[in-house]
Ligand binder design. Structure first.
Ligand SMILES: C[S@@+](CC[C@H](N)C(=O)[O-])C[C@H]1O[C@@H](n2cnc3c(N)ncnc32)[C@H](O)[C@@H]1O
Length: 703
């Protein structure tokens, strides 16, 4: 077991630099516009969380329009991604943040080979590759979608391609037909799959192997790095094309292209309503006004910058649009019918006007809305807490369709106050009000409330809501002092000095302790399954969940890993109450040990779990704990760390940054910061998983 894992560890060390890049996409709705299982696997293995929405774009672009084969692959990738980016807000009722499209082709003797249509076609393709070197190109398009007002979405497009040279051995007729009859060639570009049987046909590969499989992961990560770490919203960079040389050395050049044509010229186009405006910067959050481009190009020369080719192997183009649908939302769906192969040109002529943005002198509606929502945020939180505490959602589960006076009677509150509370909850999407002629409306729980707000729902957040109301709220009411003094405000909020919040505050009374445990339990119930299944832990037999509280995480781990046993290690005051949280149907693979992880010997295990622990403690205490863990680990032992990882630039997620405001003595960190910290203790990160849920995860191995 240890040997196997150590190998994984060293081979993955090289990819470490890429992980923080992938983590940039955490919390974003990333969509892969491809059903290719090979692309799916490559991206999943890289830790990317995404939805798959296969593109309806038919690969029917006339190849003759393109000067070079890669241009065709890039154009197809673009059209696939754009089709999904445009379809999702209508068909899926959500706007993705990023859509990734890709198209892989094989080119030999100036001809493009796609997927064979039948066995004879496969034979023709494979025999044309026999004994020769050919090129595999994957065109990739990254569409960044930026939702503006109801009817508007900004699309920014980054595309690039990767070329890999592959040489086939001389293939005998027997070998060819044996391979064709295996069925493998049929859904593969060029008629072969290098990752399976087709690998036997290959003499050598020059370049990125994964590119031949279907997705140039390395180049893609470099692109993400450029998008998220290196682009700044400067006007020069609007015309930036970034060239990545094939041998891995990167040269970034800002092209000095002639300025794009002004909007007046765009208006002379064949589609009278079409004006075109590019957003200035590839950063999602910088959609201010800028340059214009002509949209009258054919698909082969659509408004993606065609920069000078500095390097024959790879090219990146950047462009962006703002589409405004000039028609009503109702007929959008109808318009999209049969739009599988629409080009940008066609979108325009279907009633989407692309208009320049103006520097508004008045505040934009959405800006004002954003500020007002922030100002009102505490009112919404408090309305939610109050409705939960008064048992409104539980009541409407047992007695649906009550009006305000009936609810008031049941929860023993005033009719006036209850009326306001119910109306407010309905406006927040927590209740549904049903109008009745000449009578007061009645209320029911929405699906959201049924899922998360009932005290007995499997994913109930009731416990955490009570903790927020009783503990976090008082702390936040002293936020200004906390910021001025740089310390936690437990004494001001709870009238009691606290050196160790867990022992001095949470374990102070049975009531507070149970409330704290319910809070931890509810979050672990919601997040635990994603954390537990984030990595293949089949090599581990025993785990110890340090600060494992009620055991909620531990139960998720044994469910996800049938051969794993977990010891939950927590303070004696917590362990004595853990029985209350034991699931009805569970075996004895979860056990509890009471102790203090700063002072006592840690239970022996080959995997340690630290979920939501490190962020709470000072550097000094973190050092004590990690030293103890490192000493308890033999080489090959694992540490699974689960926290909310901050973005690498520490600009988000807000949830993590806001939580830091009320934290006692610890701090929030990014995945890289955790990795560097753990490395000091010989714990080398081999995988990072941004779960897209509240908690992310990282697997480290002791070397
Ligand atoms: C924020 S909670 C996290 C609970 C759990 N790991 C989860 O993710 O749901 C921190 C846990 O660490 C435990 N803890 C705090 N100080 C401890 C100590 N000195 N020794 C052992 N456990 C401790 C607390 O009792 C609590 O259960």
């Amino acid at each position: 077991m240890y040997f196997k894992q150590y190998q994984i560890c060293s081979s993955l060390r090289d990819t470490m630099v890429l992980k923080p890049v992938i983590s940039k996409l955490a919390g974003k709705l990333v969509v892969l516009a491809s059903a290719s299982p090979r692309r799916l696997e490559i991206l999943r293995n890289a830790g990317l969380r995404f939805e798959v929405v296969p593109s309806w774009f038919k690969e029917t672009i006339d190849k003759g329009l393109f000067k070079a084969p890669h241009e065709y692959a890039v154009e197809t990738a673009k059209q696939k991604a754009l089709e999904v980016a445009r379809r999702m807000p209508f068909k899926h009722l959500k706007t993705p943040d990023i859509v990734i499209g890709a198209d892989t082709i094989v080119a030999v003797d100036g001809k493009i080979l796609e997927k064979p249509v039948d066995k004879c076609d496969a034979y023709r393709m494979l025999s044309s590759l026999s004994g020769k070197e050919h090129s595999v190109f994957t065109g990739v398009a990254i569409v960044l979608c930026h939702e503006k007002e109801n009817e508007e979405v900004d699309y920014q497009l980054i595309d690039f391609y990767e070329e890999t040279k592959v040489k086939f051995a001389d293939l005998s007729e027997d070998m060819l037909w044996e391979y064709i009859n295996s069925g493998e060639p049929m859904d593969k570009a060029g008629g072969y799959g290098i990752q399976a049987l087709g690998g036997m046909l290959v003499e050598y590969v020059h370049g990125d192997f994964l590119n031949v499989v279907g997705f140039p992961l390395n180049h893609f990560c470099k692109q993400l790095d450029l998008i998220y770490n290196h682009w700044t919203p400067s006007s020069d960079q609007e015309n930036a094309s970034i060239h990545l040389s094939h041998n891995g050395t990167r040269s970034t050049s800002v092209l000095t292209q002639p300025p794009p044509k002004p909007p007046a010229q765009c208006n002379q186009s064949s589609s009278p309503s079409a004006k075109y405006n590019s957003s200035p910067s590839p950063r999602l959050n910088s959609p201010s006004a800028s340059q214009t481009h002509n949209t009258q190009d054919s698909p082969s020369s659509s408004p993606v910058h065609k920069g000078e080719r500095k390097d024959a192997d790879s090219e990146v183009g950047v462009s962006s649009w703002r589409l405004v649908d000039s028609s009503s939302a109702k007929d959008k769906d109808a318009k999209l019918q049969g739009s599988e192969s629409t080009t940008l040109q066609q979108i325009i002529s279907r009633g989407h006007a692309i208009v320049p943005e103006h520097e508004d002198s008045e505040p934009k509606k959405e800006n004002l809305q954003q500020i007002i929502e922030l100002m009102d945020g505490f009112k919404a939180s408090k309305a939610l807490f109050t409705a939960c505490n008064l048992g409104v959602f539980d009541l409407l589960k047992s007695k649906p369709s009550l009006d305000a006076s009936q609810v008031a009677r049941e929860i023993k509150a005033s009719v006036k106050g209850t009326d306001c509370l119910l109306e407010a909850c309905a406006s927040l999407g927590l209740l549904r009000s049903k109008e009745r002629p000449c009578q007061k409306p009645v209320y029911e729980n929405t699906d959201l409330a049924t899922r998360f707000l009932l005290s007995d729902a499997p994913l109930s957040l009731h416990g955490y809501i009570q903790h927020c109301n009783n503990t976090v709220w008082p702390l936040f009411s002293h936020l200004e002092s906390a910021v001025r003094e740089g310390t936690h405000q437990h004494e001001k909020a709870f009238g009691k000095k606290s050196d160790d919040v867990f022992q001095d505050t949470y374990c102070n009374s049975q009531e507070v302790k149970l409330r704290f445990m319910r809070a931890m339990h509810s979050i672990a119930e919601v997040t635990g399954a994603a954390v537990a299944s984030a990595f293949d832990l089949s090599g581990y037999k025993t785990a110890c969940d340090l600060g494992g509280c009620t055991g909620a995480m531990a139960y998720k781990f044994i469910k996800a890993h049938p051969s794993l046993s977990v010891t939950v290690f927590d303070l004696p005051a917590i362990v004595e109450m853990s029985e209350h949280f034991r699931p009805l149907h569970t075996d004895n693979r979860v056990s509890f040990v009471a102790g203090d992880f700063f002072k006592d010997e840690l239970p022996k295990a080959d995997l340690y779990i630290l979920a939501r622990i490190l962020h709470d403690w000072s550097d000094e205490k973190v050092h004590i704990l990690l030293r103890k863990i490192a000493d308890a680990c033999t080489p090959g032992c694992g540490l699974l760390l689960s926290e909310t990882f901050l973005d690498e630039d520490r600009r988000g997620p807000s949830r993590g940054l806001l939580q830091a405001l009320s934290m006692s003595e610890g701090k929030q960190r990014s995945a890289t910061e955790y990795s560097l910290l753990l490395k000091n203790y010989g714990l080398v990160t081999v995988h990072v998983r941004n779960t897209g849920n509240l908690l992310d995860a990282m697997l480290c191995i002791k070397v």
